[in-house]
Design a protein around this ligand. Structure first.
Ligand code: F6R
Length: 235
């Protein structure tokens, strides 16, 4: 694991965007695994800027997102599909047909999870997976538990995650309690992984991820077993 301390959030965003840009320059047909949440917002705006300057070209890039809330249609303001459009896809020259997320409205969860796994497989796997990390050490929506999920699955969100995510929802709006998420196996099959973390509320999770025992109680700790992980963090 390469661990890089950034000076601040802007520096973190620039450094992470530079690594993603390098991946796209090396392979213009890259498959990028993407994350939502507040941490990658700066990275996405840096990527949009690099694209505007002609440094990177998204024309042949494909993206697969980590997760989506169950029960929210793609047009819902709080859906991750909408988040990705607002923060990245609408600002770069990516073909919308090359952007993929689990379908939060899928009727049959099992079929949807299988479809998503097959889709990633069919794309030849993920070249670079961007990850945020939850305060409890979750990645994607792989919450602390008894085992590591091998593939995309439907999962309940931990109380801490619901509390953290409620900030994105208006008063009286219900935070979805279920999501589709890539599994730990899906994430670990990515050829390279870039984990970003900002702020002191992530210190515990980051310390356990880098230095702690590998345990499903801290899902991100499994990244110690991956051969190409870069962690960029700031206080
Ligand atoms: C989002 C995701 C989550 C977030 C994590 C951190 O797609 O998979 O694991 O990365 O909850 O969220 P923020 O960045 O909002 O602290």
């Amino acid at each position: 694991m390469k661990v890089i301390k950034a000076a601040n959030y802007v520096d973190l965003s620039k450094k992470a965007a530079a690594l993603i840009a390098a991946q796209i320059i090396r392979d213009p047909s890259s498959v990028l695994g993407l994350a939502t949440g507040s941490t990658p917002v700066g990275v996405y705006s840096e990527l949009a800027e690099l694209c505007g300057q002609g440094v990177i070209d998204f024309a042949c890039v494909t993206t697969v997102n980590l997760d989506e809330y169950c029960g929210l249609p793609a047009e819902h303001p709080q859906s991750y599909a909408q988040f990705m459009r607002q923060k990245l896809f609408d600002h770069v020259n990516i073909a919308k047909s090359n952007t993929h997320l689990p379908d939060g409205m899928a009727k049959d969860a099992e079929v949807e999870c299988l479809r998503y796994e097959r889709l990633i497989e069919g794309l030849g796997g993920i070249d670079l997976q961007l990850l945020g990390i939850g305060r409890n050490g979750h990645i994607g929506f792989n919450e602390p538990g008894e085992s590591f999920a091998p593939g995309t699955h439907q999962t309940g969100l931990a109380k801490d995650t619901l509390d953290a995510n409620s900030r994105f929802f208006g008063p009286g709006e219900k935070v979805p309690t279920q999501a589709f998420s890539m599994g730990i196996g899906t994430i670990m099959r990515a050829r390279s992984i870039l984990l970003i973390a900002s702020g002191s509320d992530k210190t515990w999770a980051l310390d356990k991820t880098i230095n702690g025992p590998v345990t499903p109680q801290v899902p991100a700790s499994v990244l110690q077993f991956h051969r190409d992980v870069t962690v960029i963090y700031c206080d």
